[in-house]
Design a binder for this molecule. Structure first.
Ligand code: V0V
Ligand code: CO
Length: 151
């Protein structure tokens, strides 16, 4: 099986600090990290959902992985999240699934005729290697493959 779990759900927001505060106070979520990712055109925050579970090797340590809410504020209007906000407003932007090997997953999906937006892995949050698949080939959902950082 290609997908091992849901790593994160990505939510497009207009104001990152306000959204972090809302999600923290509403749900008691812990802020794991924030990062500016210029190639992806975002400033983003990862908020940990639930306990870390023993399920591989991830950023929480050997054998420990978590799921996250990823809040995404665009760096400008001409970015993926900037265009999304202009067209649809705030809302669910993508789903990120954990994979063991992102390069293997890219090639497997491409062989199934799913258009990959990235043919090579790119840098993602918490040191992950990521790749996106086109929403039009997956029932309208922008889909991200996430290979967690080692250790
Ligand atoms: C656009 N469309 C979407 C969509 N964005 N559908 C579902 N979910 C989304 N997020 C639809 C749009 O409504 C159009 O449908 C169609 O796709 C083509 O739109 P477009 O005008 O060509 O849209 P663009 O130019 O904004 O491109 C859309 C794609 C772009 C998906 C190609 O956003 C992209 O390359 N995304 C991958 C990178 C990314 O999203 N980075 C930010 C997250 P109609 O109207 O024609 O029916 S970074 C991240 O998650 C990180 C760093 C991490 O997790 O570590
Ligand atoms: Co993401």
């Amino acid at each position: 099986m290609l997908l091992s779990r849901i790593d994160h759900v990505g939510i497009a927001v207009t104001n990152l600090e306000e959204a972090i505060e809302r999600y923290r106070s509403a749900f008691g979520l812990e802020l794991a990290a924030t990062e500016t990712n210029a190639p992806q055109g975002v400033r983003e925050a990862m908020l940990r959902v639930g306990p870390s579970v023993l399920n591989g090797v991830g950023p929480d340590g050997e054998g420990l992985v978590s799921s996250y809410v990823q809040l995404l504020e665009p760096l400008g209007p001409d970015t993926p999240v900037g265009k999304f906000l202009a067209r649809r407003g705030e809302g669910l932007h993508h789903v990120g699934y954990a994979v063991d090997d992102v390069q293997v997953a890219i090639e497997s999906l491409a062989a199934q005729g799913v258009r990959m937006l990235d043919s090579q892995p790119r840098h993602g949050s918490l040191g992950a290697s990521i790749a996106f698949a086109h929403p039009k080939d997956l029932s309208g959902v922008l889909t991200e493959l996430v290979q967690a950082a080692q250790g």
